[in-house]
Design a protein around this ligand. Structure first.
Ligand SMILES: *[C@@H]1O[C@H](CO)[C@@H](O)[C@H](O)[C@H]1NC(C)=O
Ligand SMILES: *[C@@H]1O[C@H](CO)[C@@H](O)[C@H](O)[C@H]1NC(C)=O
Length: 354
């Protein structure tokens, strides 16, 4: 009887402790800081001279206020949903957007640029922000953050923030395979993958050197299933292009190994590999489970080739309900897909950083 009571009391205490603990776990992440390409750009490209833009309708038509922010989606992107799930805020603003200042950036910021890659030659294709420059911006940000929060609290934010890196697709699809005279003539695909993995390694090391500790390195999605690739897969009856999917799997394997290695090497680091591949593939293979009806074509225009300006306002064909589509344009998921992937990544991987 006494033991029973003890257990009951212990159980109650445990529950109370849990109730108190849960909000603390959320409050432990002071900021989400993002690097990468269009998968996580919230509009930085609006403020640089490039055609890699999406700050016009129908982009953003399901965003708050129907605003086309420069996100390559009908609404929010995965990192917005991640910030929300971590209890921070519903959207992460772009560093170059003058509508925001350090009071916004102190809890989350993205330095990402649509069209960029690990390789400097990839960002050159569309004259966008190279990855090394995103790190330069991060250094500027640290100075402004210190002036705003004070040295001590700023360092605490830098140490405890969650860092998200999402890049790589463009290195293969916009650079390597798009220009036979370029990287393809210099490197085999295996050599090129190793080159990119090497750049990923030095990027993570530099980020760690700048004070980051909780870092998520993102994997590639099934690139061969993007509508653009399916459209051009005429011999393959517009199925997913297996060569590109296998490449994504192979490169993800290299990144995953890199994460294991760097966790041993870098003092105090908590580095995780956020792999969207299988969750994404599950959606594409079982769309009805998620309420999707169309996987092969994108919502925008004919759904086969269009993105950016080709997906513009004057195009009369854009689908009425993006919730039924996995892809918004020929290269980017709908808000609904972003939401599903973000929830999956938080539940499966990012919780390890909390
Ligand atoms: C940031 O912008 C808000 C709203 O425009 C303004 O009230 C605030 O003073 C600004 N903060 C800083 C630190 O500049
Ligand atoms: C990319 O360019 C920057 C600036 O010129 C340079 O510092 C860096 O070493 C280059 N990265 C690679 C991997 O070549």
């Amino acid at each position: 009887m006494a033991t029973h009571t003890n257990i009951m009391i212990w159980f109650l205490v445990a529950q109370v402790v849990l109730l108190v603990m849960v909000p603390r776990i959320e409050a432990k992440v002071p900021a989400v800081i993002v690097f990468g390409d269009s998968s996580v750009d919230a509009g930085n490209n609006n403020f640089i001279p490039t055609v890699a833009r999406s700050n016009f309708q129908p982009y953003g038509r399901d965003f708050a206020g129907g605003r086309a922010t420069g996100r390559f989606s009908n609404g929010r992107i995965a990192t917005d949903f991640i910030a929300q799930r971590l209890g921070i805020k519903p959207t992460i603003p772009a560093y170059l957007d003058p509508a925001y200042n350090i009071s916004d950036f102190a809890t989350g910021v993205t330095f990402a640029s649509a069209g960029t890659g690990y390789d400097n030659a990839t960002s050159d294709v569309l004259s966008v922000i190279p990855l090394w420059k995103e790190l330069d911006y991060f250094q500027d940000y640290q100075k402004i953050l210190k002036a705003y929060l004070g040295e001590k609290q700023a360092s605490q934010t830098i140490t405890e923030a969650v860092y998200i890196i999402s890049v790589g697709t463009n290195d293969f699809l916009e650079n390597y395979y798009a220009s036979p005279g370029g990287r393809q003539s210099q490197f085999t695909i295996t050599q090129y993958q190793n080159l990119l993995a090497g750049i990923a390694e030095s990027f993570v090391k530099k980020l760690h050197g700048l004070g980051a500790r909780k870092i998520s390195l993102g994997g590639l999605p099934p690139m061969g299933c993007m509508p653009l690739e399916r459209t051009t897969n005429m011999i393959g009856q517009h199925n997913c292009v297996e060569r590109y999917n296998n490449l994504a799997l192979e490169f993800n394997g290299k990144l995953s190994n890199l994460v294991v290695k760097l966790n041993k090497q870098l003092p105090g680091v908590n580095l995780v590999f956020s792999n969207p591949y299988y969750a994404f593939m599950h959606i594409i293979l079982n769309p009805a489970l998620y309420g999707f009806e169309v996987t092969e074509l994108a919502c925008c225009a004919t759904g086969m080739f269009e993105m950016g300006y080709a997906c513009g306002r004057t195009n009369p064909f854009t689908c009425p309900n993006a919730e039924k589509y996995v892809f918004w344009d020929a290269f980017h998921p709908t808000e609904k897909t972003n939401h599903i992937i973000a929830d999956y990544i938080v539940k499966k991987v990012l919780y390890k950083l909390l």
